[in-house]
Design a protein around this ligand. Structure first.
Ligand code: CA
Length: 540
């Protein structure tokens, strides 16, 4: 072959290679993960409770898929977030409770995406007691209040070390930051995490929603006044009840004693109280009339106060989800090739069993909302009944991006389920394990949940609860020990043993029942801040 022909051939091969690389690059889907905190399935209208209306979040389900059987693996912020990132259960990623420090050098799906050429970036709540680390090209996360961040005028810390205090409302700021980033950086494949603080306590809605629901009576869940008959005593003893706290008027506050109000301007505090003082005066009228005396009256009143602020925070999330969807509508090419996921680190008891918390393996503790839109792959209105867990998100996202799933991830990609709308994964049961013993007076427990039954093991006391979810969806009838169900109970006990083995849960976990998270232990013994290496994340 002549020299010039060889050169021509090489050039042709190189240009073909570049072309195919470019094609491949263009085909890589972008990923936006919008994650709220403690957002209950019951307060997303796509899940069908009829309690409120979330048109923008619902749009993701209408134009994509909703996971009807989606669960977390350990119902508190840090552990669930670490499971989402790593695709592993708590004992393997190491964040067993909120006080544990996340090892940010471990394998995560954003790290794998970054290696494959993705831009990975996170805005908003991180809350893992160590920075996001090099899984992310850049980040700007909430700082203060033990990593929980503030609703009003929040503090942020960025990957370049810059610390800022920004005027405004956290959900709005996090969305604006994300869209500003998107405006500058959507040329190459990206994975953008938009992480809201809402709806976490202390629930502070945006001013624009403070007068919503004022004259409404929000439906109570059936189990708001649960007496916990038939069940073990843990639920009754848990410090998770919807709290009744008498309101205070503006002039009765010492704002310097409250970190969330201390940082607001006086104008903001007055605006807040222009709404809240109306409620407090109404409450005092009820007290004067003797209508707020009994425990039931107080629970009922407290529920309305709680759920209204909760829904107001949800409304602030929903309109910001709308902003992100509108941005994609304005950029149709980008929209077509962008997977958008809406999720929360876990669902939340919005009054069920009298609770306003998570932690327990009862339905609204173990659930987790997940909605996914992927215009080119997922059909409109797909309903996924596959049993999905937070550990499945990492492999699913990597699969969608065409990136190899690391062998040690415990989750399973549900991409085939999303595309076909069928239960391809075929998971029989999910495994749950709550470790934060004693927090809110909830003991450690693990368990399995199938489509129709649930077994919970409070192993520190070696006791069980068993529920028939088809006939008792509210879980008020513990059937453990009921001879009619014995074969089913035995089946789930065997399933629990299998799951512990499958997920490699160390046997010593069951022998050391009273290990609490480091944060919890230190706080109990000392008022000093926890002395971890990166103090920045623990101030406030
Ligand atoms: Ca949470």
């Amino acid at each position: 072959m002549r020299k010039s022909n060889i050169v021509l051939l090489i050039l042709l091969v190189i240009s073909n290679f570049c072309y195919s690389q470019e094609q491949q690059g263009n085909e890589k889907p972008n990923i936006i993960i919008i994650m709220a905190d403690d957002h209950a399935n019951r307060t997303i209208s796509a899940y069908g409770s009829g309690l409120n209306h979330t048109p923008n979040i619902d749009r993701i389900a209408d134009e994509g898929a909703i996971m009807l059987n989606s669960f977390n693996a350990n119902s508190i912020c840090g552990p669930s977030r670490a499971s989402i990132l790593t695709g592993k259960h708590s004992h393997l990623h190491g964040v067993m409770g909120n006080g544990f420090k996340y090892d940010n050098t471990q394998t995560t799906f954003p790290r794998e995406l970054k290696k494959a050429g993705y831009q990975t970036v996170v805005f908003g709540k991180w809350h893992l007691n160590s920075p996001p680390g090099d899984s992310f090209a850049s980040w700007k996360i909430l700082k203060g209040a033990g990593g929980q961040g503030f609703y009003y005028n929040p503090d942020f810390i960025s990957s370049n070390g810059k610390e800022t205090v920004e005027d405004g409302y956290s959900t709005d700021i996090i969305t604006d930051d994300s869209l500003d980033w998107l405006n500058e950086n959507s040329e190459n494949p990206f994975c953008l995490f938009v992480h809201f603080k809402a709806t976490h306590v202390p629930r502070m809605p945006a001013f624009r929603y403070l007068d919503s629901y004022v004259n409404d009576t929000i439906a109570e869940p059936k189990t708001l006044y649960d007496s916990f008959e038939t069940r073990e005593s843990y639920g009754a003893k848990a410090w998770m009840k919807v709290p009744y706290k008498p309101g205070k008027l503006y002039e009765e506050h010492d704002f310097s004693k409250n970190i969330y109000f201390d940082r607001m301007t006086d104008e903001q505090r007055k605006k807040w109280h222009s709404f809240k003082d109306v409620e407090t005066l109404k409450e005092r009228k009820l007290i004067a009339e003797g209508k707020l005396k009994t425990d039931k009256q107080k629970r009922s009143y407290a529920y309305q106060q709680f759920i209204k602020d909760y829904l107001r925070c949800v409304d602030g999330i929903d309109d910001n989800v709308g902003k992100i969807l509108a941005y994609l509508d304005q950029h149709p090419k980008l929209k077509e090739n962008t997977i958008i996921i809406y999720a929360s680190d876990q669902s939340y008891f919005t009054g069920q069993h009298g609770f306003a918390e998570k932690r327990f393996m009862y339905e609204d503790g173990v659930k987790m909302p997940i909605l996914i839109r992927w215009p080119s792959k997922i059909k409109d209105g797909t309903k996924i009944t596959t049993m999905v867990q937070n550990i499945d998100l990492a492999p699913t996202i990597l699969d969608a991006a065409g990136v190899k799933i690391p062998g040690d991830m415990q989750g399973v990609s549900i991409q085939p389920d999303l595309i076909t709308g069928k239960d391809i994964k075929g998971e029989k049961a999910i495994y749950y394990h709550y470790y934060d013993h004693g927090k809110h007076n909830v003991p450690r427990h693990d368990g399995v949940r199938t489509d129709t039954y649930k077994l919970i093991n409070y192993y520190t006391d070696n006791v069980f609860e068993f529920y028939d979810l088809e006939n008792d969806p509210d879980e008020v009838n513990n059937l453990y020990g009921n001879p009619k169900y014995q074969s089913k109970i035995d089946e789930l006990i065997a399933e629990l043993a299998l799951k512990r083995e499958q997920y490699k849960v160390p046997k010593e976990h069951f022998k050391k029942p009273y290990v609490q998270s480091p944060n919890h232990r230190k706080k109990k013994n000392s008022k000093k801040k926890v002395n971890l290496k990166n103090k920045t994340f623990l101030k406030g």
